[in-house]
Design a binder for this molecule. Structure first.
Ligand SMILES: O=P(O)(O)OC[C@H]1O[C@H](OP(=O)(O)OP(=O)(O)O)[C@H](O)[C@@H]1O
Ligand SMILES: O=C(O)c1cc(=O)[nH]c(=O)[nH]1
Length: 238
């Protein structure tokens, strides 16, 4: 697996339920969300909400630790690096639980002081797991991994809580850069776990329409229309 999700499993189900319970799966019936890479979307998965409650963050950390134990050989990972911004808190709790060194990686070097992109200590010669909250089209995962590699780390494994699974180029981008993504949950898990409990029927239908063809949905709603067609855009305010 170089991108994504294994078959339905207990980790996917528990993570999906956690995201739904936390209200992290947010549907806009009005103006679409604009994602970091410029895609317009009717749905935004705000994993940052899990940071707020002790029980939610403890569950997220336990699920991340279980995924690592299930999918990676013991002792393989020598340090965890959190991706700026949302990945840092999750990485810190995971590193604590696994008793591993913690680093964080900036979106870009700071430009002052040491001009470092990687903070918290050296990564030279270490096999580092990159941890972030979420993967959309994986462009930022590749950039973070390159930053860590430039500082001397070996980076092949990426862990995120959620993976959108549907955006073009994600799997290819990860494979090209030698990265294996382990996602705790994806849309399959969320739609399976919902069982009509959390998502309103109309919101669920809109998510399904979007997932059936996210590029067409984005194009129709004024977002990016094709891979590479437009630079990332951000709203001034939401
Ligand atoms: O490009 P991808 O690898 O698919 O990942 C998408 C990224 O977009 C968001 O970050 P964003 O920079 O918007 O927010 P943050 O600073 O809160 O992490 C999200 O948190 C992911 O890190
Ligand atoms: O790609 C993004 O910017 C993005 C998508 C999403 O669902 N949630 C999020 O926090 N960021």
């Amino acid at each position: 697996m170089s991108a994504g999700k294994t078959a339905p499993d207990a980790i996917g189900e528990a993570t999906a339920r956690l995201l739904l319970e936390a209200g992290a799966v947010q549907v806009s019936r009005g103006q679409p969300f604009v994602l970091a890479a410029g895609w317009a979307s009717p749905v935004y998965v705000d994993c940052r909400l899990l940071i707020g409650q002790p029980s939610w963050r403890q569950t997220a950390t336990a699920l991340a630790a279980a995924a690592i134990a299930q999918r990676l050989a013991p002792g393989r990972i020598e340090a965890i690096a959190g991706a700026e911004t949302a990945g840092i808190a999750f990485a810190a709790w995971l590193a604590d639980r696994l008793e591993l060194p913690l680093r964080y990686v900036r979106k870009r070097p700071l430009g002052i002081g040491h001009n470092a992109q990687v903070e918290g200590g050296p990564v030279d010669g270490l096999e580092v797991l990159l941890m972030d909250d979420l993967t959309t089209d994986a462009a930022s995962k590749v950039a973070f991994a390159r930053g860590l590699r430039a500082a001397g780390a070996t980076v092949t494994q990426v862990l995120t809580i959620f993976y959108h699974q549907v955006f073009p180029g994600a799997a290819e981008r990860l494979a090209q850069d030698g990265l294996t993504l382990h996602a705790l949950a994806g849309w399959d898990d969320v739609l399976r776990a919902d069982r009509g409990e959390w998502l309103a029927a109309e919101d669920r239908r809109e998510i399904e329409r979007f997932l059936a063809d996210p590029i067409a949905w984005s194009t129709r709603h004024g977002g990016r229309s094709a891979p590479g067609a437009r630079q990332p855009v951000r709203r001034e305010s939401s």
